[in-house]
Ligand binder design. Structure first.
Ligand SMILES: NC(=O)c1ccc[n+]([C@@H]2O[C@H](COP(=O)([O-])OP(=O)(O)OC[C@H]3O[C@@H](n4cnc5c(N)ncnc54)[C@H](OP(=O)(O)O)[C@@H]3O)[C@@H](O)[C@H]2O)c1
Length: 324
């Protein structure tokens, strides 16, 4: 393993707005929110590369990029992301691409002298039957949900890599595990989007087509947690500024809603006036999924965007995107 490059003046995150920050995955839901947040805070030196300009699975290209650009901070929001169907169909892609991206970025960041890196994973790292709300300590205490274990194993390896580099090299790599996210730049694809954008799209299309009803699967009783991606971006900056520990950190809103409450709120925000019908012959999924984010709260971070305001903001973005 090469020694990291040294000789650069020490700077803590946020103290110098001209510090070089590489946001990997800046066109995605999460990466774009982080870029908006950094820009709104006055950061002026962001390095942004599209997938086409820099394929993060290509080790030699990533090493060259880091050696040339020498960023001071890295936020790793690039990943191959998808729903159950995509995970089931492309398990090899989900494990291999994610392992490649994170291994290349974390290792090259360390070797090129990056001062601090934040790696993003998700709540799917936890065992299928983890206690609710799920504390960070539940990691690796039981079998994973089989439908996304390929992705989850890669993400767990990312957390462990950050820990290993901290232990062996005393390098400041941290991990954040967000709950279900939503907001501008979300994926509204009819077949492989998450529940919130899928509901928004369906109500929107029903409104435009003057449909009488929208049928939603299940009873609507499962409880879920949602966090607006602008809140996540705020938490990411907060962690970069205030956290340098070995353990990964859950990032959630701490607020649960039933799928029924969510669907009714989306219906209201979209302005669909027809009926909402529940097809109770269809399965409900896990009854409850909530992260325990008390560690982050204990550091002083609180989410700011209410679900209603977040949905209004997301629908505004969706309307703009369907216009184009
Ligand atoms: N969405 C959620 O609800 C959620 C919840 C919890 C955690 N997270 C985590 O947040 C992170 C980002 O997720 P997201 O929802 O923002 O995903 P996303 O919208 O799909 O964005 C992922 C980004 O990564 C880029 N990327 C993928 N493969 C790449 C490669 N080989 N080289 C360079 N860039 C590549 C993509 O570019 P292209 O589109 O051009 O390929 C895209 O810009 C992930 O680690 C995910 O686990 C997301």
């Amino acid at each position: 393993m090469a020694e990291p490059v040294s000789g650069r003046p020490e700077v803590s995150f946020g103290s110098d707005k001209s510090a070089k920050i590489f946001v990997a995955g800046h066109r995605g839901l999460v990466g774009s929110a982080i870029v908006r947040k950094l820009q709104s805070l006055g950061f002026t030196n962001l390095i942004l590369k599209t997938h086409h300009e820099l394929d993060l699975t290509r080790q030699a290209d990533v090493e060259k990029f880091f050696a040339l650009e020498k960023p001071q901070f890295v936020i790793l929001a690039a990943a191959k992301v998808g729903g159950i169907h995509a995970n089931n169909t492309y398990p090899a892609d989900f494990i291999a691409i994610n392992l490649q991206i994170q291994t290349n970025v974390i290792d090259s960041a360390y070797k090129s002298g990056v001062k601090k890196l934040l790696f993003l994973g998700s709540s799917c790292i936890y065992p299928k039957f983890a206690p609710q709300p799920i504390p960070e300590e539940a990691l690796l205490t039981g079998p994973l949900e089989p439908t996304n274990e390929w992705y989850a194993v890669a993400k767990i390896a990312g957390i462990k890599m950050c820990q290993a580099y901290r232990l062996q090299f005393n390098w400041d790599a941290i991990s954040g595990m967000p709950t279900n996210l939503y907001g501008p730049n979300d994926n509204f694809h009819p077949e492989n989007s998450h529940v919130l954008p899928a509901l928004m799209r369906r109500f929107h299309e029903a409104k435009v087509n003057n449909a009488k009803e929208v049928v939603v699967w299940g009873t609507g009783s499962p409880l879920r947690e949602f966090l607006h991606v602008d809140d996540l971006a705020d938490a990411v900056i907060f962690l970069m500024e205030n956290y340098s520990g070995l353990g990964h950190m859950n990032v959630g809103s701490g607020k649960e809603v039933t799928i029924k409450e969510l669907a009714e709120l989306v219906k209201e925000v979209v302005g669909f006036e027809g009926a909402l019908v529940w097809d109770t012959s269809k399965p409900d999924g896990t009854p409850r999924k909530l992260m325990d984010s008390s560690k982050l709260a204990g550091l002083g971070w609180v989410p700011k965007v209410s679900l209603k305001d977040g949905l209004i903001d997301t629908y505004k973005w969706y309307l703009e995107s369907v216009k184009q």
